[in-house]
Design a binder for this molecule. Structure first.
Ligand code: FES
Length: 151
């Protein structure tokens, strides 16, 4: 069970090492969480093509780590990172090389397991090929201790 105040339910029990994905660890898998992540009633984007979705609590993603969430109501997987304390980013976890799912962190980079492309966890920019395009980003809004994305 999550210790956050978000109504998410973790799909898998993860160890601290896998969850943390800290810079101390050379490489580790990305934790996956899912649950009743829904369209929020409090706000919608000014862009009519996007809506705001509640994803998680700030407590769910430690500094220097990445956690995967299934946003059921949008039917998308979202990778939330916290590259610096209090700074949160959200990405589509599909590698821009051949679409495999990002599943690790190495230093400050997200790593694709298939051909080891790396992406900056703060910007999504390619840090190592064979991928050539940055990860797709979602706009993140932090309200109190809750993380929302526009998708
Ligand atoms: S699919 Fe990710 S590096 Fe090739």
């Amino acid at each position: 069970m999550s210790d956050s105040n978000c109504p998410n339910q973790r799909l898998t029990e993860v160890t601290e090492g896998k969850l943390a994905l800290s810079r101390r660890n050379f490489f580790a898998g990305i934790a996956v969480a899912a649950g009743s992540i829904g369209l929020t009633g409090i706000a919608e984007s000014a862009d009519a093509a996007t809506k705001r979705y509640k994803v998680c609590s700030t407590k769910d993603v430690k500094v220097g780590s990445a956690v995967m969430f299934l946003v059921k109501s949008a039917n998308i997987m979202v990778l939330i990172t916290q590259p610096k304390s209090g700074i949160f980013r959200a990405f589509n976890p599909s590698c821009t090389h051949e679409g495999f799912q990002i599943d690790g962190v190495q230093g400050k980079n997200l790593v694709c397991p298939m051909h080891q492309a790396q992406f900056d966890m703060a910007t999504g920019a390619v840090k190592r090929g064979p991928a050539r395009k940055a990860l797709k980003k979602y706009t993140v809004t932090k309200i109190g201790t809750t993380i929302y994305i526009n998708a």
